[in-house]
Structure formats: C-alpha cells, structure tokens
Design a protein around this ligand. Structure first.
Ligand code: F6R
Length: 263
C-alpha cells in the first residue's frame, strides 16, 4: 500500500486527479470506478477543471459507480444518480451510455446485481477505483462484517452510516434509505488500481485501522492491504492516527525524486 499524505484536502484532491489524468492520457478508454459522498468532490472538481482548461478528453471513458440507495428514484435530489450528474457528468464528455450506476428501483435486484458484475467484466474490468471510507471502515456500502469476497448485492446500512448520511435527507435518520446496492468487497478488489481518499480527523481511526490494523471483515477497507495497487491519499488530519507517517512521507519524497530524475 502506498500512502500519500498531503497538507490539505485541496492538495490530496489534486494528487488524485493527476493520477487519473495520467492514466487517462495513457489509456483514453479508461474504465473508472466512482464513489459519491463528500470526499471525492475535490477530485471531481479538479477533473472538470482539467477537462475545461486543458481539454482532457473523457469521450471514450466508461464509469461504474460503487453504489446507490434502494427505494429512491434516480431523479431523487439525494440519489447517487443526481450526485454524479451534479458533480461530474454534467461537466464532462463521458457518453451517457458509458455511465453505469446501480439502479435502485429495479425489480429483480439479484438479476440486476449479476448484470452489473457482468457489465464491469465486459468493459474490460475497472482500471482505477475511487474510494472513500466510512468512519467504521466501510468501502462502498460494505459495512463491517461484509464478506471480504462479496460481490454486488443489497446491503443494510449500519446506524453509523445512516447518521452520517442524514444531513442529506433533512437531518432525519428515518428519512435515509435503509438499504443500498453496492459493489462487493471482492468486486472492488478486482479493480486494477484503487485510490482510497480520506480527509479530516473524523476519518483518522478508520484510516489507521485500514492501513496499519489487522485485515478483518470488521474493517472492510483493511482488505486493501492485500491489493497490489492501492494508493491511499489523505490529508494530515486523516493521517493523524497512523504510526508510520514519517516513513510514508519518506517513501513519497523518494518516489518524487526518482520521477524527477526520469524527466
Ligand atoms: C459512496 C461510498 C461510501 C463513501 C463513504 C465516505 O459512494 O461508497 O463508502 O465513500 O461513506 O463518505 P464521505 O466521503 O461522505 O465521508
């Protein structure tokens, strides 16, 4: 696991955007796995800026979102469909037919989940999966105790996740959908590269458990320690509970030095 610690949220978003941009320049038909929530917004803003000012082209990109609530329509103001439209799709030239988000209102969820997994495989697999992390260590909506081999399916949200998402539903926990369709932990692990982003002190314990704790279904993000290409990009506050901060910074500094010698 590579851990990149940046002073601020803006800088971590910029580092993540540069990784996506460089991958896209190498592979114009990049397959991106996307997350919602507050954490990736800065990354999405940076990608929109790169599209507008540098002409970064997304016309051959395919995207798969991690998750969507069950029981609210795609046009609900707080659906993840609406979130993606607002924060990314409105501003980029990704063809509509290349954007996949779990459909929360389909009947026959099981068939849908199988179809979603197959669509990822048909697209050639996910090249870069963007991830946030819950305070309880969840990725996607894979709550603690999720099977580390799980595939796309319906999950019941924990009380902690319901409370974290309540501000989007008029601050009423009761208004938050209780279930979601989410890629599984196994689905996420199949991505060629994962970018795990986190900002702020409220994520510090989850990041410490995920990066330096035991690999356990109690902290689903900890399984990323087994992923050969995961980069954890965090700000100082989210890094504040890590034991090896100095080492991670040294590794990053050395890598930057090697890269600058290459150019
Ligand atoms: C959202 C998702 C979730 C969030 C996580 C952190 O698609 O998959 O796992 O990444 O709940 O949310 P924020 O970024 O709002 O703190």
């Amino acid at each position: 696991m590579e851990v990149i610690i940046q002073p601020t949220y803006e800088e971590l978003a910029e580092v993540a955007a540069e990784i996506v941009r460089d991958a896209l320049l190498k592979k114009p038909n990049l397959v991106l796995g996307l997350a919602t929530g507050s954490t990736p917004i800065g990354l999405y803003e940076a990608l929109v800026r790169m599209h507008r000012t540098d002409g970064l082209d997304f016309s051959n990109v395919t995207t798969f979102n991690l998750d969507e609530y069950v029981g609210i329509p795609p046009n609900h103001p707080y659906s993840y469909h609406t979130f993606m439209e607002t924060h990314l799709f409105n501003a980029l030239n990704i063809p509509a037919e290349n954007r996949y988000i779990p459909q929360s209102t389909t009947v026959g969820h099981e068939e849908f989940c199988e179809w979603y997994e197959a669509a990822i495989v048909d697209a050639g697999g996910i090249d870069i999966q963007v991830l946030g992390i819950g305070k309880d260590g969840h990725i996607g909506f894979n709550e603690p105790s999720s099977s580390l081999g799980s595939r796309t399916r319906i999950k019941t949200l924990t009380q902690s996740t319901l409370e974290a998402n309540a501000p989007h539903f008029g601050s009423t926990v009761d208004a938050v959908p209780k279930m979601a369709i989410t890629m599984g932990v196994g689905t996420i692990m199949d991505a060629k590269q994962c970018l795990l982003l986190a900002s702020g002190e409220s994520k510090a314990v989850a990041i410490a458990n995920a990066v330096e704790g035991a690999i356990t279904a109690e902290v689903p993000a900890s399984v990323l320690q087994m992923h050969p290409q995961t980069i954890v990009i965090i700000d100082e506050a989210a890094a504040s509970q890590l034991k090896r901060v100095d080492y991670y910074k040294q590794v990053y500094a050395n890598k930057q030095e090697l890269l600058s010698q290459d150019h």
